[in-house]
Design a protein around this ligand. Structure first.
Ligand code: ATP
Length: 263
């Protein structure tokens, strides 16, 4: 199957610091991939490149075979125009660690804004789409509320509905539960798991939640220093304590022995 996302020898640096060097990575349509790795290893940078929030210095990123940061074909690529970036960004939805809702807009308005402005839906169409999504994330009764009256878990559920309202080909989650109180984490993870089960969406998720990764992912990638060290189905990657590198990685990243997590 053709990949929906492809990083082809991508290099990304901040000043003199190289975060990704000749990075190759692919997602196939409908795949749910979890990236796990130590703080500062570049996981968010991978997502931010796909969301066009960070540019790249070398290589090519493709979404659905179309260059993201370039225009043209084959070897004849030139840097993308703002128009191209705007168009490509429409393929991608992102859920951030800190929600990033518009504080001066109601929940409903947060969700309908982009579909109306970018996709040119009528208010009626956008509201119908928003109401369906609010029901799906269990937030219908907060339709007219403002974000500052919501708990962290509720904000994140609205943020997920907002990302889904654009019907993206690719949904990115950057540590969606790490800013939440522990009692909210389960609800938000359940919403993401339900969406993954219901939709044929491609998802790339950065998380430290091992149990969640095991439940939601088709593939888990252990990421360190801008490289994927190990990857595979969660059943393989989390339950093979004979695999030395997996053990080392889990110890380094999660400060846990795989056996204790698996039990
Ligand atoms: N805008 C920026 N300017 C300079 N350096 C940056 C910038 N954004 C990220 N970095 C650096 O790039 C490296 C990778 O950051 P990134 O946020 O991708 O890591 P991460 O694996 O997602 O970490 P965490 O799990 O802590 O979020 C870090 O060393 C970070 O300090």
């Amino acid at each position: 199957m053709k990949p929906i996302v492809r990083f082809d020898k991508v290099t990304k640096s901040f000043g003199d610091t190289v975060i990704l060097r000749d990075f190759d990575f692919e997602l196939t349509p409908g795949e749910r991939v979890v990236l796990m790795g130590p703080s500062g290893s570049g996981k968010s940078t991978v997502l931010r490149i796909l969301m066009t929030l960070e540019d790249i210095q070398d290589g090519v990123v493709y979404i659905d075979d179309e260059p993201l940061w370039h225009e043209g074909v084959g070897n004849n690529l030139k840097p993308a125009s703002d128009k191209h970036l705007r168009k490509m960004r429409g393929n991608v939805g992102m859920v951030f660690q800190h929600f990033n809702l518009f504080p001066n807009m109601t929940v409903l308005r947060n969700i309908i804004e982009a579909p109306m402005k970018v996709l040119k839906l009528s208010r009626k169409e956008a509201e119908a789409r928003a109401d369906e999504l609010l029901a799906r994330v269990g937030m219908s009764d907060k339709r007219e509320a403002y974000p500052n009256s919501l708990s962290g878990g509720q904000k994140q559920r609205v943020a997920i509905a907002r990302a889904m309202a654009m019907r993206p080909k690719l949904l990115l989650f950057d540590e969606p539960t790490s800013a939440l109180d522990p009692e909210m984490v389960g609800d938000v993870l359940q919403v993401i798991k339900d969406l993954a089960a219901e939709h044929d969406l491609t998802m790339l998720i950065v998380t430290h939640e091992m149990g969640f990764a095991r439940d939601v992912a088709d593939r888990v990638c252990f990421f360190c220093d801008g490289q994927i060290l190990e990857q595979g189905a969660p059943s393989k990657i989390f339950t093979d304590p004979a695999e030395d590198r997996t053990r080392q990685f889990l110890r380094m990243v999660l400060h846990e022995e795989p056996a204790s997590e698996a039990s």
